[in-house]
Ligand binder design. Structure first.
Ligand SMILES: Cc1cc2nc3c(=O)[nH]c(=O)nc-3n(C[C@H](O)[C@H](O)[C@H](O)COP(=O)(O)OP(=O)(O)OC[C@H]3O[C@@H](n4cnc5c(N)ncnc54)[C@H](O)[C@@H]3O)c2cc1C
Length: 311
């Protein structure tokens, strides 16, 4: 762990793609930045990362290691720790780590989200390997396989239809989501997507690989399972600070403006914690954008401070 800065321009909580990308912009803008990261990025269960131009196929943890080395070159301080509380005050923010309190002028929350999986034995163990969520991240690796889709909501029909782009052999398990509408069932049948009704009771795993889905005492052979977990943003710090939220089809999410500002003065957010669609390249892009916007905000703060000290 690097030495702490006592008074950072920006404290970034979360050193995933979003937080590190913002740190890169801010470090290169000669801001004093500290990134506090607990080391549990969302995709840590996956051996390879895909769809990230220039890094396709790299291991997610290796990617972050490269990112940490890059931001360190610009003086960004990295701290492996967990923030348990944050407080806003007149001049900025204080955050509590396990090893003490850090103060900063601005706080950027980039804590990501966790995926709440269906309560089916085997799913959590296989998460990121034989059980996955994103066709663009893992579809190519399973092209022409038998792909099982374990539904979690009526929207899972859309996931099955999308996966049909990668394989003609899709099996749709309605499970707890219930039977699709007549129209959706017809659309699945027209694309040759099989339906396996009944309660899914487990996965068949052989040599640590998913080989089947157990449904009502039968085993249907599959090469991989796609599912739609419920996204749970890791936004406890933002909520404790009083950030405004909006309810939507995927639950309640913290509001940000187009630059990443929350409704709490001095507190910003970026990546999966506020945007369920932020995959790695999108998180990188938004991190760069928010890092630049934060630097501009600090420049205006510097102008105000310079004026007041000259009077
Ligand atoms: C199984 C799986 C596979 C995926 N594969 C791909 C892929 O191939 N390509 C792709 O583009 N996307 C992929 N994704 C999506 C990708 O994981 C996310 O887009 C990305 O991780 C979002 O980045 P982030 O920086 O917002 O959050 P994260 O990467 O989740 O990083 C958040 C960081 O914040 C830290 N943190 C949280 N709370 C605190 C706290 N209180 N104090 C300190 N630190 C804290 C965490 O420990 C973590 O390190 C995949 C997702 C999953 C689930």
């Amino acid at each position: 762990m690097s030495q702490r800065v006592e008074d950072a321009d920006v404290i970034i909580v979360g050193g995933g793609p979003a937080g590190l990308s913002a740190a890169l912009s801010l470090g290169r803008a000669r801001r004093r930045v500290i990134v506090v990261d607990a080391g549990t990025p969302r995709n840590m269960g996956a051996a390879h990362m895909h769809g990230v131009l220039g890094h396709d196929g790299l291991a997610p943890l290796q990617f972050l290691e490269l990112g940490r080395a890059e931001v360190s070159r610009y003086g960004v301080q990295l701290c492996h720790d967990e923030i348990s509380a944050a407080r806003a005050n007149a001049t900025g923010v204080d955050v509590d780590t396990r090893n003490g309190t850090i103060s900063g002028r601005r706080l950027l929350i980039a804590t990501g989200l966790t995926d709440e999986l269906p309560d089916i034995p085997g799913m959590r163990d296989q998460w990121g390997r034989g059980v996955v969520v994103c066709p663009y991240c893992d579809g190519w690796e399973h092209k022409d396989d038998v792909i099982g889709v374990i539904a979690t909501s009526p929207h899972s029909v859309e996931q099955a239809q999308l996966l049909r782009q990668w394989s003609e052999r899709i099996v749709y398990f309605p499970h707890a989501a219930g039977d699709p509408s007549a129209e959706a069932s017809d659309a699945l049948a027209r694309r040759g997507i099989r339906m396996a009704r009944g309660a899914v009771t487990g996965l068949r795993i052989d040599d640590d690989e998913v080989t089947g889905v157990e449904v009502d005492g039968r085993v249907i052979a599959v090469g991989v399972v796609f599912t739609g977990p419920t996204p749970r943003p890791r936004d406890a710090l933002l909520r404790s600070l009083g950030a405004a939220t909006t309810d939507g089809p995927l639950g309640s999410w913290v509001d940000i403006d187009e630059d990443g500002r929350t409704t709490v003065p001095g507190v910003w957010a970026v990546g999966n914690v506020v945007n369920v669609r932020a995959n790695v390249p999108v998180s990188l892009g938004l991190g760069a954008l928010v890092g630049g916007a934060l630097n501009s905000d600090l420049v205006h703060d510097d102008i105000r401070n310079a004026r007041s000290s000259s009077h």
